[in-house]
Ligand binder design. Structure first.
Ligand code: GLC
Ligand code: CA
Length: 553
């Protein structure tokens, strides 16, 4: 019988389909490209793949603007290609998780087109959030709210008679109108979508912006100046972030998930106050939620220990398993982040506000060597933690963020909507280098939809395959050993003499030591099974992690 708990300590590998592998040379990664790389994924040793959106989309936001939730973008393939990919992954023992984007559709979704063609007050408009504008002619937005990608969160439409009319809410790009989750048709349609993919054999779902669906929008909308702060979300009092009612939606989804054998899994992307994250992860809800605290922490022993301790305690309290993540398609790759001046670089900006990626390119402002050394240490430590490890394509190559993308070739709406003030997320979405030579570094037989820098050659799969000490071999070895040693979701901290050392033990004599300091430290007794850097004479260098294995159970 299939193990219903497979997700609890899974290593999940995120694929951003357009940038993974291109089978037909049009410069866009596709499903057949992924299928052809299943042996690579199997050799890497991951348990599951999470596919970012592959649905029909005009790519106003890299596919997170979905035109049709129950189909495949023709540029990426067909539903048959999807079934083939799913079968190939399953045959390789790899589970498949897909991305669901329920907060908003694209503006090209048939429902939104219908809403635009229908009059004010119509049932078609009620599936979204339409409001009259303020001011005498309704030409001012219904509120002063900003979209997350910059500019107003409201866009005015042209009515069927050609006159300017109502406004609709879009928390993200204007091509991403927010759904009205009070509308039963919206709820029904998503249940249908979840069934559609579950019936097709999908094992689980990643829920995009899971904390925004439920909204409470009074007649008179509060000004952004009085909205609760976004980072604490005012514990349920915000008009659209993290409202309590959102959990009614997920309870309904959970019922559906549990009709399947094994139950379908779900993980919430919810940027909410730490104290409220566990609600998303509850067994009556989605079951798991991303914990972004580690991703947001500096490479610092005290921050890491505090985050891990807190997250494990929360998981224990809710019955969910912990999640860990350093990189994804929305943030600066951690090999680059850790090479920035202290604490800087999230979302592409230095802490001091400097536009390091825009102006300097990656070499000028980033200490890439330190960044990579620390990223390897952090990842090796993370792969030993109890719970699920979420990996982002390319991190197993130690890939750096790409800074040198000309403005004209950028794609991220946040770059354009903020007039370049937010550098955007294209730098972590550049197609992967598979070979050190050849067109698009082996991404495909043609070009690449985002420009790849020449230094990608050094990070190519072929440059690392079978090379002792390469980041790819480190990940392969760590994932293999993790599978072998995987055990109860328990962790015991071990006191150290040196304040810059993190030391913990898992059951079965599995010990993990990370040196966050600047000087080498003596390792405890035990056999070094694997290390992220050179261990000599029983000394663990700075910015390095080692796994020690004493007695295997
Ligand atoms: C999530 C996605 C991000 C997207 C946004 C809007 O944060 O991870 O890529 O832009 O939602 O859908
Ligand atoms: Ca293609």
């Amino acid at each position: 019988m299939a193990d219903p708990d497979w997700w609890r300590q899974a290593a999940v590998y995120q694929i951003y389909p357009r940038s993974f592998a291109d089978s037909n040379g049009d410069g866009i990664g596709d499903l057949k490209g992924i299928t052809a790389r299943v042996p690579y994924l199997q050799r890497l040793g991951i348990d599951a793949v999470w596919l970012s959106p592959f649905y029909p989309s005009a790519l106003a936001d890299g596919g997170y603007d979905v035109d049709d939730y129950r189909d495949v973008d023709p540029r990426l393939g067909t539903l048959d290609d999807f079934d083939e990919l799913s079968a190939a992954l399953h045959a390789a023992g790899i589970k498949l998780v897909v991305d669901i984007v329920p907060n908003h559709s694209s503006n090209l979704h048939e429902w939104f087109r219908e809403a635009l063609a229908s009059p004010k007050g119509s049932a078609a408009r009620d599936r979204y959030i339409f409001r009259d504008g303020l001011g005498e002619n309704g030409d001012e937005p219904p509120s002063d709210w900003d979209s997350l990608f910059g500019g107003s969160a409201w866009e005015r439409v042209t009515e069927a008679d050609g006159n300017p009319g109502q406004w609709y809410l879009h928390l993200f790009a204007k091509e991403q109108p927010d759904f009205n989750w009070d509308n039963p048709e919206v709820r029904e349609d998503f249940l249908k979508t979840l069934r559609f993919w579950s019936d097709r054999g999908v094992d689980g779902f990643r829920i995009d912006v899971a904390h925004a669906l439920a909204k409470h929008l009074p007649e008179e909308l509060p000004s952004k100046l009085v909205l609760p702060r976004e980072d604490d979300n005012a514990l349920g009092a915000h008009p659209f972030w993290d409202r309590d009612e959102v959990h009614e939606i997920y309870a309904e989804w959970r019922t559906l998930f549990n009709e399947y054998e094994p139950p379908r899994t779900a993980v919430a992307e919810a940027w909410v106050h730490a104290d409220r994250l566990s609600r998303y992860a509850s067994p009556e809800g989605l079951g798991q939620a991303f914990n972004f605290d580690l991703l947001q922490a500096d490479f610092d022993v005290d921050q890491f220990r505090a985050v891990i301790t807190k997250n494990l305690a929360e998981a224990a309290a809710t019955g969910a398993s912990s999640t860990w993540v350093f990189s994804n398609h929305d943030v600066v790759r951690h090999a680059t982040r850790y090479g920035l001046p202290a604490g800087g670089g999230r979302r592409g900006k230095g802490q001091d506000g400097s536009q390091w990626l825009l102006d300097g390119g990656h070499a000028a402002d980033v200490d890439a060597e330190t960044g990579l050394r620390r990223a390897r240490a952090a990842s090796l430590m993370m792969l030993a933690l109890p719970g699920s490890a979420y990996l982002y394509q390319g991190e197993e190559l130690g890939l750096q963020e790409v800074g040198e993308i000309p403005a004209a070739e950028r794609q991220d709406p946040s770059f354009f909507r903020s007039a370049g003030e937010q550098i955007g997320r294209d730098g972590c979405r550049v197609p992967l280098p598979w070979t050190a030579e050849g067109p698009s570094f082996g991404f495909g037989p043609g070009g690449s939809h985002l420009p790849q820098p020449s230094w990608f050659a050094d990070f190519a799969v072929t440059a690392q395959d079978g090379v002792a000490g390469s980041t790819l071999e480190l990940y392969r070895a760590a994932l293999a050993l993790r599978a072998e040693l995987q055990t109860a979701e328990e962790l015991e901290w071990i006191a150290t003499d040196d304040a810059s050392v993190l030391h913990f033990a898992r059951p079965n004599g599995w010990q993990v030591v990370t040196n966050f300091g600047t000087e080498p430290v003596a390792l405890p007794a035990g056999d070094v099974a694997i290390a992220s850097g050179p261990v000599e004479g029983g000394l663990l260098p700075a910015d390095t992690t080692a796994w020690l294995v004493s007695a295997k159970a």
